[in-house]
Design a protein around this ligand. Structure first.
Ligand code: PLP
Length: 277
């Protein structure tokens, strides 16, 4: 690092320290909850990414209604994230809460289909088009299932993802471009996967790189989002959108898989802060 770069990094780190101190002062109960959580949670909070909150620890939620969330320090926020997919209609909408409660009272872990599932399947087809559906319990599960089906159909092994992407616990997507090659993403511990064999990674919006990656004929599917989130918020260039559409006329096209998490939460402004230098 040059001395100018080191000086700038020093200034940024001092500003960040000051902001994090301010955040701690404004959220004393959340700060205490975070310390307590570290005694029993591997990553401090229930999910691993909560440790990477920009303030140094997450705010702990008390309750949410409509577009508002209140934290345990009594602060009220307008929730532009909409609590991920569950909150697209606002938090705790009465009709949904009542329907869920009614079902919980009739049992919710029966491991059997219900007649309601028939209506849901037909309704999904009516609203979104595809004839056949399968249900999973998370975006990670849905992505894994889609990757498996794509491999089964195409007989190919690789999943094309975009550098910096986040698709939950999908190992194939835990990669980024490192020195022009597939590298494990920042701060992720290797998990016995040969990423060179199962992943291909290019920059978002780089049409030529996508074409070159697909031309090799070994990509089973492209795992992507309607716009790139979790890495700031990167909009889609016009040329890129059309490329990303599946084109049955071109045989080397892999299956195009839209991460269900983001399809359902395209309006979310979410950024996962990167680790400090
Ligand atoms: C784009 C994207 N895909 C997948 C996931 C993981 O979702 P889930 O926890 O439902 O597996 C997330 C979580 O934030 C996400 O942002």
């Amino acid at each position: 690092m040059t001395s100018l770069a080191a000086e700038r990094a020093g200034v940024l780190n001092r500003l960040l320290d000051a902001e994090q101190e301010r955040f701690r002062t404004l959220h004393p109960r959340s700060a205490a909850a975070w310390q307590e959580g570290r005694q029993h949670y591997l990553y401090g909070g229930p999910s691993h990414w909560m440790r990477r909150w920009a303030g140094g620890f997450p705010v702990y939620a008390e309750e949410a209604q409509g577009a508002h969330i209140r934290d345990i320090d009594g602060r009220d926020y307008i929730d532009f994230c909409l609590g991920d997919t569950g909150g697209m209609c606002g938090h705790a909408p009465e009709a949904v809460t009542e329907a869920a409660l009614a079902q919980l009272k009739r049992g919710a872990t029966m491991m059997l289909p219900t007649e309601d599932s028939l209506w849901v399947g037909a309704e999904l087809s009516r609203r979104f088009g595809p004839k056949y559906w399968t249900l999973t319990t998370s975006a990670t599960d849905a992505n894994r299932a889609a990757i498996r089906i794509s491999r089964m159909i195409t007989g190919r092994r690789k999943v094309l993802v975009f550098s910096g992407c986040y698709h939950g616990g999908v190992e194939e997507a835990h990669v980024e471009i490192r020195d022009g090659r597939v590298g494990l993403r920042n701060m992720i511990h290797p998990n016995g996967i040969d990423h060179d064999a199962v992943s291909r990674v290019v920059e978002f919006n780089d049409v030529a790189a996508v074409e070159a990656a697909l031309a090799q004929g070994d990509v089973a599917c492209v795992l992507t989002e309607p716009l790139m989130t979790n890495f700031g918020m990167i909009p889609v260039d016009p040329g890129f959108t059309s490329l990303a559409r599946p084109d049955p006329a071109r045989r080397h096209r892999p299956y195009h898989r839209r991460d269900p998490h983001t399809v359902l939460r395209t309006g979310r402004l979410h950024s996962e802060p990167r680790a400090r230098a």
